[in-house]
Ligand binder design. Structure first.
Ligand SMILES: [Zn+2]
Length: 432
């Protein structure tokens, strides 16, 4: 399928010593599965699929790749080929290839295009046969800097003074779990981290998240009757500048947090799952805090969603129909072109009937990498009154819009107009 498959790939098999690794590789190299397994491994690297799942049933093997958070079907495979490939992968990972029921887990690594990759193979017998998951672990930097995530400079300029003001009150961060919830949270904490102040994050024992540099996680243990407020008296002795709470578990906790913020003049960052800023805000109200207190304390809500970026190498320009532009609220005269993905399918031909190769940058997916789509809602007194008196999504959204608030959808349309993503991708992201 890929021309690039001709490029050499080097394997390092599992083993306790370099000698053992070499011996294990020597055993597996002449096996009939070695070549097709190498091809699969290269395909995983080229597609940058962080998880690949192979499902073995009596007749065939179905392969799926997870790329930038989305599942893509692989080409169907005969059971026999699949068995050969699996035997090779298991041997590379130091597993027993004859064992097809018990859960097994092992690792191997590769060198391809001068980059090192680590693979984890997990196999497990299931009712219909066997399921195998192959995890690709690049040593890539985590996507956790607000700027790297694509927050626009103008929004950052609005956000910085809020994050740096000692009288800020409460900042609420939101997103959808699995679609940028944790990433958004880390991005905001990181944006604060640039400053030389002391930040502490209250985290439930066993749920610790990847640490942001210079932000100190403080554990509490609910099984011991502790809450996020338990460590606070001790912590106050250290004179923290900002306190962050990863989970709002109920109205009582919210009230306690706000009292703490008011009494000690400490800004509070917290988060809740939500589709967009107004949704997040209403979800806090469902926890039944003291609404007036909450509205008075809240300064700003930030929401983020991950969105895939079009592959710059193969994106296809097109002239959007005027009705589409109108639907998107884009001025007809100014936008000459939008872009859509080039999605490769085996057997595709060009105008001269010559078979097309998949794009070398995105392996024919049409997208490459993701970025954050941000929405920021600044809470003013009008919105505070609305939160207390008419806490309904349409009422608050309408008022925010009237005050010039840019919705998540509008932020996305700006990205579409700039050719960074497609209309379809924006629709997918906003629908979920
Ligand atoms: Zn491409």
């Amino acid at each position: 399928m890929f021309d690039d498959l001709q490029l050499p790939i080097e394997f390092t098999a599992a083993g306790d010593t370099p000698e053992e690794q070499k011996t294990n590789l020597k055993i597996v190299k002449p096996s009939p599965g070695f070549e097709p397994a190498s091809e699969l491994v290269v395909e995983i690297i080229l597609k940058d699929a962080n998880v690949t799942v192979m499902d073995f049933s009596a007749q065939k093997v179905v392969t799926r790749f997870q790329i930038d958070g989305m599942w893509h079907a692989g080409a169907p495979m005969e059971r026999e080929t699949g068995d050969y490939i699996l035997a090779t992968l298991k041997q590379l990972a130091g597993l027993d290839y004859r064992e097809r029921r018990q859960r097994q887990e092992g690792q191997f690594s590769t060198l391809y295009r001068k980059q090192k990759q680590k693979f984890k193979v997990v196999s497990q017998g299931i009712q219909t046969g066997e399921r195998v998951a192959i995890y690709l672990d690049y040593k890539r930097p985590p996507l956790d800097k607000a700027l790297d995530l694509g927050m626009r400079e103008r929004m950052l300029d609005q956000l910085r003074p809020i994050l740096n003001d000692q009288n800020t009150g409460m900042v609420l961060v939101s997103g959808l779990p699995g679609e940028g919830y944790t990433t958004a949270w880390r991005g905001v904490l990181d944006a604060c981290d640039r400053l030389t102040r002391d930040y502490f994050v209250m985290e439930e024992k066993g749920k610790l998240e990847p640490e942001v540099i210079n932000i100190y996680p403080v554990e509490f243990d609910p099984s011991q009757g502790e809450t996020a407020m338990t460590p606070i008296p001790q912590l106050l002795l250290k004179e923290p500048d900002v306190l962050a709470f990863t989970d709002l578990t109920g109205g009582e906790l919210i009230n306690d947090i706000i009292d703490l913020s008011n009494n000690k003049k400490i800004p509070i960052f917290t988060r809740i799952p939500g589709k967009h800023c107004v949704d997040a805000l209403l979800r806090v109200l469902l926890l039944k805090p003291d609404v007036k207190k909450f509205a008075e304390s809240l300064t700003c809500v930030l929401s983020m969603r991950l969105i895939r970026l079009l592959c710059n190498n193969c994106r296809i320009p097109y002239q959007p129909h005027p009705t589409l532009l109108q639907k998107l609220g884009l001025p007809g005269g100014r936008i000459a072109e939008l872009y859509k993905p080039m999605v490769y399918q085996p057997g595709m031909v060009d105008e001269n009937d010559i078979e097309i190769e998949p794009c070398s940058e995105c392996a024919g997916i049409g997208y490459r990498g993701r970025t954050g789509l941000f929405e920021m809602l600044t809470i003013n007194d009008d919105l505070r009154r609305a939160i207390v008196k008419t806490p309904q999504a349409n009422k608050i959204s309408a008022l925010a819009k009237h005050q010039g608030h840019i919705s998540l959808q509008m932020e996305g349309i700006v990205m579409v107009a700039a050719g960074r993503t497609s209309v379809e991708e924006l629709q997918r992201v906003l629908k979920s």
